[in-house]
Each structure stands twice: as C-alpha cells, then as structure tokens.
Design a binder for this molecule. Structure first.
Ligand code: B12
Ligand code: SF4
Length: 566
C-alpha cells in the first residue's frame, strides 16, 4: 500500500451527515475550489517540479525544451457542477493558500467543495483543515479522483467524499432535480499558451471550446483510472446522449465564445458512432465548418472512413498506442502505424500515447518497444509509466499479488516519475531511465511537435484544398490561411535552432519550409524573413530561461454565479 493511512489520520471523527440534503437547499452558498498552488515546485504538500499544472509540458512535449507547448486548462469538473446548480456558487481555480483562506474568511460559505486527484491528497487534507479552522460552519465536500484512494475517509477531515459523477450528487444534495438536462458551461479549452518563448495573444474565438459529452469509458482497460472512477467496464456517464443534443451545445458555444473549433473531452468519442454520425448530419445541414479534437481508441477509429472523419472535422486525434503484445481490445486487429500514417495524410494531427513498463517489458525488449512507438512518427507522443492507480482493476490485482511498493508517496504516483510497484523485470530506477529515454528519442528522431503538426497541416491542405466538399475545403483553407505565415516563420527558426541538435531533422524542416513557401500567399511568403529571426531570438532566450529553472504557473481565477452578497 502507498502512504500508510495512519500517517494521514485526522483526530476528528469523520462527520457523516445523516441528512442527504443540505438544510438550506438551493439557498446554500457554495465555494468550489481546486487545490492550491504553486504547482511546479517540490514541496511538502505534494507539488512536484516535474508535475506542473500543464498538459503538454507535463506529459507530452516535456523533452522539447523551448519548443514544448505550454498551456493551462481550467478545472472543468467544478465548472460543470457550478453551471448545473441554482445555488449561489463561487469557483476558485488555482488559488494560493492565501487566496483560499481569504475566501473562507470573507464569505460565509455553507458548503466548501474541493476537487483533487490522487497526487493532490495532501493539499486536499490541508484545505479541509483550513476550512474547519477558518469557516467552521461550512460542510466540506471532496470530489474528483482523490476520492478513489482506499481509506481516504481517514486521511482527510471531510463531511462527504464523493466518488464518481458530481453534478447529480450536488443537485441531489441541494434538493434540486438531478435528472434535469445538463447545462454545459462555456469553457475556453486552454489559456496562456506559450511556445518558442512567446505567449500567444488571447483573442476571443482563437482558442477551441472544451465540450464534455461524457465521463468514463466503457472499454475498461485494467490500468485506466477514468474508466474505473465512473463505473468501469461497460459503464460511463453520458451528459449528452444524442448527436442533436451535442450539436445544440456546440452551436451555443460557437455563438457565446465565437469559436469554430472544439476540444471534445470524451475518453472515447468515436466509440459512439451513432451520436457522431448524427452530429455530422447536422453539421452538414447547418453548414458548420467546425474542427474537432477528440480522443479515440484505434478500434473505434476504424469504424469510420477517412472521408467521414474529415467531414466530421476531426483535426486532432489522441490515440493509445500500447504495445501490440499487451493484448488490449481497443487495439484489436489495428495496424496502428499504418493508421497513423493515413490519418496524417488526411491532415489529422495524431497524438500517440504509449505505456512504458507493461508486464511483458524487459530491459532486453523495451528499447525495441519504444522504437516501435516512436516509429509511428506521430505529431505528439505521450509516454506514461504503467501505473497501478487506486480504484483500478490493476491496483486491485497488484495489491493482491503484494507487488505495490510501500514507501511511495501518493504525490509521486502519476506515471511520469518511477514505478510504484514491483515489476517482474525492470527496476524502479530503470523505469525512469526508460521513460525519459522514450521522450528524448521521440524528439531526437522526429523533431519538434510544432514542425510535425505543420507537416500534417500542409499534407491536409494539399489533399483537400480543391475538395468538392465546400465545408472541408473551407476548414483547411481557414487553418492554412491563418497559419501558413506563422508556421513558415516558426519553421525558419526551428531549422536553424535544430542544426546543433540533429542535422537530419534540420534538413527535413528546411524541406517543409520550402513547401510551405510554395503553397503560401504573398504575405505569408514574406513573413518568415521578418518573423523568423524574431522567433529564433525568443527561442534562444527561452532556452536560457529554462536552463535557469524558469517555471510557469496558472493564474488564479474566481467566478461567481447566482451570487448575492450575504
Ligand atoms: C484536464 C486534465 C488535467 C489538467 C488539469 C486541470 C486542472 N485544472 O486540474 C492538466 C493537464 C494540467 C492535468 C494535469 C495532471 N493530471 Co490530469 N487530467 C485532465 C483530464 C484530461 C480531464 C479532467 C476533466 O476535466 N474531466 C472532465 C470532468 C467533468 O470530470 P472530473 O474532473 O472527473 O469531474 C467529475 C467528477 O470527478 C466529480 N468531481 C470532480 N471534482 C469534484 C468536486 C466536488 C466537490 C464534487 C462533489 C465532485 C467532483 O464531478 C465531476 C463531474 O462529474 C483528466 C482525464 C479525464 N478524462 O477526466 C486527467 C486526469 C484527471 N489527470 C490525471 C493525472 C494523473 C494528472 C497528472 C498527475 C499528470 C501526470 N503527471 O502525468 C497532472 C497533475 C497536475 C497537478 N500538479 O495536479 C489523472 C488522474 C488520476 C487519478 N486517479 O488521480 C486523470 C484521470 C487522467 C488519467 N486517466 O490518468 N490534468
Ligand atoms: S480505451 Fe482509453 S479511455 Fe477507454 S478504458 Fe481504455 S485506456 Fe481508458
């Protein structure tokens, strides 16, 4: 077992309210908070320098230096809850401890909801402690994946610990209709995007909207924590059952956020073919030139023709590329290398995801397995250590086999550091070495992801610029028109910067830059001469900053709804 429960035990008895609802019902004043930062540092609350509050830099492009894609994402779970209750509610995202304390002291909250995942358990515990002290009248509710830790009730001082879906729970708790239709909040998918030392301007409509059609995944892979948390194999929670409902949400977001691209946060979006095809029908009827970023397993992708995917606007696809020897049903019969090649040829950026340290991996075969993963030449590649996470079938199995390491802190159980279990052939230290090597190898061989996505965009543009389908043509024209000058300039800078790293990759970047030049309009053709050197300078400046230990933190955000001052 990780982190013995006794070291966490609180001296208060866990209060379990006998009443299933709050006495004030929808008049209760609610604070929903994410765990406190700063995040990208090592501290006693479980922050880790290698575990920043970033997606790409944390687990995808972390070896790409100044070419790493840096951005933050809001805490969508609590935004979702806020949008679906009628009680006065404040969402506090990415607070410092002082921000959180200030909220507790200055507003009389009846309910304090804290969201966290397993790595954040010590912060959750500290926030419960702070709440008891500074706002003793508040009922404390804890939700999110942290709730899956065995014995969590004894580790933190909370009144309710909610496992699984939270909107229905909170509605029930406030005496509201838990089956009322879900109202989707307006979510801008990312913020403070930064690459090559430049922070992107934040224009309305420039960043995709996040859409959350469901939580969980019915495939039930043994290691998968999201699947397990929402019911496991065969189960998931659908917020929007039909293509019609999804279309209505997306159209509303298009209107409110002025977006035409969507990050669809559904673990296996393409698995639900009927819904996706109805969405396509409505997109065609409404002449919507939308772009979709989706997660899907290889077997789900194979239910579609390339034409269907392209018409549906799929422009970015996150797909598991576990070793074929691991026997996951989501990969059954799929030649993932061929699939990746085809997707990219159709202008679909592929983000592969590969697990290091599967049961059959050994020091003798792991290098070949990593080489196989890297040979997919995806646009982005995530690597993660095989990790038994509490709540999953894999964790259960490892516990039964006595293979969980007893001295691993929960803050280090995130798949980007070292094994938390005894592997048959690979040591804990070596797990980190192989993981780091995989990231390095992908970067060294395939170059910066920014170059790779430019290549896929160009392939799509060349293939579809004269498409008979006006919607498809318009989508590629929009991306190319908007980006060709910028990509051309970035390629100019990358080509030079990469000369010192790998001449071969630099030459490939050069060839692509020339192709871009040919396909671009006059202005975009001229831009690299001006913008290229600027980007080269900012890239080199960023490299120096990173070498000095520069890190990035998300901003603190406070949003109130249905609010009246007490
Ligand atoms: C966006 C995201 C992030 C963002 C963080 C956003 C943020 N502000 O916290 C980024 C990219 C930064 C991130 C980072 C990490 N993440 Co992350 N992330 C996600 C992702 C993709 C989506 C989360 C989401 O919004 N889901 C949709 C919402 C609706 O679901 P939800 O958050 O679970 O909320 C529902 C319920 O849980 C519940 N609920 C949630 N909070 C609360 C609170 C209350 C009071 C109540 C009642 C209910 C409740 O109700 C909600 C509605 O049903 C999930 C995968 C996934 N599909 O969920 C992984 C996931 C949450 N991340 C995970 C991990 C491991 C990490 C990292 C450790 C990554 C790493 N090292 O590789 C880091 C940690 C960073 C840190 N320092 O804390 C794991 C968590 C595993 C676990 N069991 O703890 C997940 C599940 C991915 C996975 N499958 O492994 N992540
Ligand atoms: S297909 Fe992906 S999301 Fe679904 S259970 Fe397997 S790993 Fe999890």
């Amino acid at each position: 077992m990780q982190s013995p429960a006794s070291s966490f035990e609180t001296d208060r008895q866990v209060i379990r309210s006998t009443s299933p609802t709050h006495p004030k019902g929808s008049r209760a004043r609610i604070l929903l908070s994410s765990v406190f930062g700063p995040y990208a540092q090592d501290d006693e609350f479980g922050s880790r320098a290698i575990n920043p509050m970033e997606l790409y830099h944390n687990q995808v492009t972390r070896a790409q230096g100044s070419f790493s894609l840096r951005m933050f994402h809001r805490s969508w779970g609590i935004m979702m809850i806020q949008a679906n209750i009628s009680a006065p509610c404040a969402v506090l995202d990415f607070p410092t401890q002082a921000d959180f304390a200030r909220q507790l002291k200055t507003h009389k909250y009846d309910v304090v909801g804290i969201t966290g995942i397993i790595v954040n358990v010590v912060k959750v515990r500290e926030m419960c402690r702070m709440t008891r002290k500074l706002s003793p009248q508040s009922v404390i509710v804890v939700g999110g994946h942290v709730a899956a830790i065995p014995g969590i009730e004894k580790m933190i001082d909370a009144d309710h610990i909610v496992k699984g879906e939270g909107v229905a729970w909170m509605r029930r708790y406030l005496g509201e209709d838990e089956n009322a239709p879900i109202r989707h909040p307006a979510i801008v998918s990312g913020m403070r995007t930064r690459i090559m030392g430049i922070r992107m301007p934040e224009r309305k409509g420039a960043t995709a909207a996040t859409i959350i059609p469901s939580v969980g995944c019915p495939m039930g892979c043994n290691f998968c924590t999201t699947s397990a948390f929402f019911g496991g194999k065969g189960k998931f929670v659908n917020f929007f059952e039909t293509g019609d409902e999804l279309f209505a949400v997306m159209a509303r977001m298009e209107d409110e956020l002025k977006v035409n691209s969507f990050f669809v946060m559904d673990e296996n979006f393409l698995l639900h073919r009927e819904r996706a095809m109805r969405l396509l029908e409505l997109m065609k009827a409404g002449n919507k030139v939308w772009a979709l970023s989706v997660f899907a397993s290889a077997n789900a992708i194979r239910k579609y023709t390339m034409q269907e995917l392209v018409e549906l606007g799929v422009s970015w696809l996150w797909m598991g590329l576990e070793s074929p020897r691991a026997g996951y049903s989501k990969l059954k019969g799929a030649d993932t290398r061929e699939l990746t090649r085809q997707l990219r040829e159709h202008g679909i950026r592929v983000q592969g995801s590969t697990i290091i340290g599967l049961e059959h991996h050994t020091p003798a075969n792991i290098v070949a397995e990593i080489e196989h993963a890297v040979s997919h030449d995806t646009d982005f590649h995530q690597f993660m250590l095989y990790t038994p996470v509490p709540g999953t079938p894999l964790y259960q199995q490892m516990a039964e086999e006595g293979r969980l390491l007893s001295d691993v802190d929960y803050a280090d159980v995130h798949g980007q550091f070292k094994f938390n279990f005894k592997h048959a052939a690979i040591s804990r230290e070596d797990s980190k070495r192989f993981l780091d090597w995989a990231f390095w190898r992908d970067f060294q061989l395939n170059g910066p992801s920014l170059y790779r996505i430019s290549r896929t965009l160009l392939a799509g543009w060349k293939r579809y610029k004269d498409s008979p389908d006006a919607r498809v043509r318009a989508r590629f024209a929009r991306e190319m028109g908007k980006l060709s000058g910028v990509y051309g300039s970035a390629l100019w800078a990358m080509e030079r910067q990469f000369r010192n790293v790998d001449r071969n990759v630099s030459d490939r970047i050069c060839a692509l830059r020339r192709e871009f030049r040919q396909e671009s309009g006059m202005v975009s053709r001229m831009l690299p001469a001006v913008l290229g050197p600027v980007l080269l300078w900012t890239t080199r400046r960023e490299e120096k900053r990173l070498a000095r230990g520069q890190t990035y933190e998300p901003p603190t955000i406070l949003e109130r709804s249905n609010w009246v001052e007490a």
